[in-house]
Design a protein around this ligand. Structure first.
Ligand code: UGA
Length: 426
């Protein structure tokens, strides 16, 4: 059993709350800080303000170990280590916006100034390499008038949690990475994670930050790569999934993240890939591979339209059904969803669009008001052709009899009943 600690977590969003709840589950005492009073109240009533598998159950079960507040004072005074887990959104040029990181850092610093005992501040938010060392640390020193490494500690501990599997990923990590500025923070973090049996990477602040960016960029690269191979496979009339099996057996390559289709979406890959491109530009280093990764990803949903046009050359006035709007199944998140690009392009072809998604329709309605939103998946099938854009389980059970189905997500079940079935890369 590792050493139990008093922890504070700034930001009760998806990363902050999952980390806070999981630390509580491990027996630590956790204080969550958020500026949103409504969120704070919900957490204190053991209600999760966001949906994430198993999260609410943990908050309920370990309610003795976790509470939320809007007070930074309380959080800093009553804990030994503070994790900054606020959002780092993209600016228009791709740069990350450090507004929330700055706000959190300044607030922490105000109370750190008068704190007698040693306290470590650890950045968990995804920030471009160099940010903790060159931005957060000097800001803390300036406001506290104290010396980092002597009077307080600094660390960087990136997260590798997938939406929808975040609790599982926290509890069963492939590796834990943390960077440290001072030995006290190194010791604290090593004690905090001492119960985990996975490899632990102890490194510098900037290496830890780069590991996070390089991980997400590499995963996005794998997907764009297999999509490019998949497009070639399609032309050859062969199945890209057979190719993925064949190359994935090479340990150096691995089978994971080689599912071809219509590309990656979500709140992280696009943001991180673009942030690294913007960062590279700033320091005048070429970023050719990563730039192409984005280009392939933007083009990939359009493949659905070219496959569809083989069967319906003129889409004008035709009704096209789209199954799935979220960026992946089991979430209502539509950020960077490929369905957005798809629907925009169907509009450009003057097609009529009808859609269904079990969770994401309300979000989609804010972007597109003049499409038909169906009450169930079956109603979408009443169209000239159907496109599968997200691999929700319930789409596997539909009867596609008599339909033209163009599949962007490898729902082979549809092939069994459809009149015409074509995959985008198979
Ligand atoms: C991703 C990473 O997987 C996490 O490790 C990371 O912590 C997280 O971003 C983050 O930075 O916070 P997430 O955005 O939840 O997690 O989504 P993934 O499950 O990785 O899927 C991303 C997209 O890639 C989805 O649109 C999915 O459909 C697509 N994908 C995934 C493929 O097209 N092919 C694949 O083989 C795998």
């Amino acid at each position: 059993m590792g050493v139990l600690m008093n922890i504070s977590v700034i930001g009760a969003g998806y990363v902050g709350l999952v980390n806070a709840a999981c630390f509580a589950k491990l027996g630590h005492q956790v204080i969550c800080v958020d500026v949103d009073k409504e969120k704070v109240d919900k957490i204190n009533q053991s209600i999760s303000p966001i949906y994430e598998k198993d999260l609410e159950e943990i908050i309920k079960k370990y309610k003795k170990n976790i509470y939320a507040t809007t007070s930074y004072k309380e959080a800093v005074e009553k804990s030994d280590i503070t994790f900054i887990c606020v959002g780092t959104p993209s600016k228009k040029n791709g740069d990350i916006d450090l507004l929330f990181v700055d706000q959190a850092t300044k607030e922490i610093a105000i109370y750190l100034k008068n704190k007698k005992s040693f306290h470590s501040v650890v950045v968990k938010s995804t920030v471009v390499p160099g940010t903790t060392q060159n931005h957060v640390l000097p800001l803390l020193e300036e406001i506290t008038q104290k010396k980092a490494g002597v009077d307080f500690g600094v660390g960087m501990n990136p997260e590798f949690l997938r939406e929808g599997a975040a609790v599982y990923d926290f509890l069963h990590p492939d590796r834990i990475v943390y960077g440290y500025y001072d030995d006290h923070t190194k010791k604290l973090l090593s004690l905090l994670y001492s119960d985990f049996s996975c490899p632990i990477v102890e490194t510098s602040l900037t290496v830890a930050e780069m590991i996070k960016y390089a991980s997400n960029c590499f995963l996005a690269t794998k997907i764009s790569f297999i999509n490019e191979i998949g497009n070639l496979c399609k032309r050859l009339g062969i199945d890209s999934y057979e190719v993925a099996e064949g190359i994935g057996l090479d340990d150096r390559i691995g089978r994971a993240f080689l599912d071809s289709g219509i590309g990656w979406g979500g709140s992280c890959f696009g943001k991180d890939v673009n942030a690294l491109i913007a960062f590279a530009k700033e320091i005048k280093e070429p970023c050719n591979i990563i730039q192409s990764v984005v280009q392939v990803n933007e083009q990939q949903p359009l493949r659905l339209i070219s496959v569809l046009k083989k069967h319906i050359p003129l889409l004008k006035g035709k009704i096209i059904g789209v199954l799935g709007l979220s960026f992946k199944p089991n979430t209502d998140d539509i950020r960077d969803s490929r369905s957005i690009i798809l629907v925009k392009n169907l509009f450009e072809e003057n097609a009529q669009v009808k859609v269904y998604d079990p969770k994401a329709m309300n979000h989609f309605k804010k972007l597109f008001s003049d499409i038909i939103y169906c009450d169930n998946a079956k109603d979408v099938l009443d169209a000239d052709a159907v496109i599968i854009a997200t691999a929700w389980d319930e789409f596997k059970k539909l009867d596609y009899k008599g339909k033209i189905v163009i599949d962007g997500r490898r729902l082979l079940e549809a092939k069994k009943t459809a009149k015409i079935y074509e995959g985008v890369c198979w």
